[in-house]
Design a protein around this ligand. Structure first.
Ligand code: DAH
Length: 343
């Protein structure tokens, strides 16, 4: 019996030694089952104790347990070493490369209309204009009446209006904001008002029932048409480039006298004529004029003392010509493939 135990102990130690360099936890676990498990030779030996005389049984039992214990401790040490080794190996092979670029979160961008508007605001703020806001739902008074367009005035036909009630409507022009500003502020006034406007237009490549304007207004002593020209030329040069030519054509608006329409030389062809400018070399970008004395007076500003100029620019047209966008509808459809080109 004793010999059997000695032999087993030796074999177990040898086997364990052989596993010394082995870092495989599975192999070590197999060894545990084989050597120390329920069906192992150690267990067999313990079972055979029953056949021994009681006085020897005790001593032998202790010896077996001690031998078993020793093997078990050695095995635990191996396992600990194996764990440390595999951890070390992991640290070596699974090193995180912190210099690798991170995963990029998709980035949003400004809508092209807002890109152009931001430039617009920049240009006018640098000339001392404030940015004001006006309501999209307006009264007939601010949208028409106070702008020198009384109820029966033929100029109302120029703009097909969405009425909400007899006196409430969706503003057809940001010009309404001029009145709100002149009613509440005293000159000198220099403001721009960007915003959405609404007209009952059929949708096509150049028309939309919702579009965007930026209104401008300057009121002060001694303001003349030259100031209007200077400001708009400066604006055109900054938006379209310094080589851009600006031309003023006589026109009519009820709220300005005299009134003009302003064209810029086509940025795409430099004035030679192309598809964008429909062959004429010029692109109409805005309406403007000297504020009608009746409009000033209606807001409590003495037209004998003060003069003003105003202009209204279509932001959508400005955007489509600048980016050579062929269809205004692209600005409203929110197609990501289109919008992503501007971010
Ligand atoms: N409100 C005009 C329109 O929508 C544009 C306009 C023309 C605005 C002349 C002005 C102006 O302030 O002076 O067609």
């Amino acid at each position: 019996m004793r010999e059997a135990l000695d032999k087993l102990f030796r074999e177990a130690k040898e086997a364990l030694e052989k596993l010394a360099a082995n870092v495989d936890r599975k192999k070590l676990e197999e060894f545990r089952v084989q050597m120390l498990g329920k069906k192992s030779r150690f267990t067999e030996l313990l079972h055979s104790l029953g056949k021994m005389p009681p006085e020897e049984r005790r001593e032998m039992g202790q010896m077996i347990n001690r031998a078993r214990q020793e093997i078990e401790t050695a095995l635990e040490a191996r396992i600990t070493a194996a764990n440390a080794a595999s951890r070390q190996e992991k640290l070596q092979t699974e090193r995180i490369d912190i210099t690798m670029p991170g995963r990029q979160a998709p980035k949003g961008g400004l809508h092209p209309l807002n890109v152009v508007l931001a430039d617009f605001i920049d240009i006018f703020q640098s000339m001392g204009f404030d940015v004001v806001d006006g309501p999209e739902i307006e009264t007939d008074y601010y949208n028409f009446e106070a702008l020198n367009v009384p109820a029966d005035h033929p100029a109302r036909d120029m703009q097909d209006t969405f009425y909400i009630t007899d006196t409430l409507l969706l503003r057809t022009q940001t010009s309404a904001a001029q009145i709100r500003v002149m009613e509440t502020r005293r000159p000198p006034i220099r403001m721009i008002c960007p915003g959405r406007v609404f007209r009952a237009d059929e949708v096509d490549a150049t028309h939309s029932p919702v579009f965007h304007q930026v209104e401008g207004l300057v009121v002060d002593k001694g303001v003349t048409m030259c100031d209007l020209k200077g400001v708009l030329e400066q604006f055109a040069h900054e938006i379209y480039g310094p080589e851009t030519k600006v031309r003023f054509r006589p026109s009519f608006f009820p709220f300005t006298e005299p009134s003009v329409e302003v064209d810029v030389s086509c940025a795409a062809c430099g004035g030679a004529g192309c598809r964008i400018c429909k062959g004429v070399g010029w692109i109409e970008i805005l309406g403007a004029g000297m504020v009608h004395p009746r409009v000033l007076a209606g807001c409590g500003i003495d037209p004998e003392e003060y003069a003003g100029f105003a202009f209204g620019i279509g932001l959508d047209r400005l955007t489509t010509t600048r980016y050579k966008i062929s269809d205004i509808r692209l600005l409203f459809e929110n197609d990501k493939r289109f919008l992503e080109q501007f971010s």
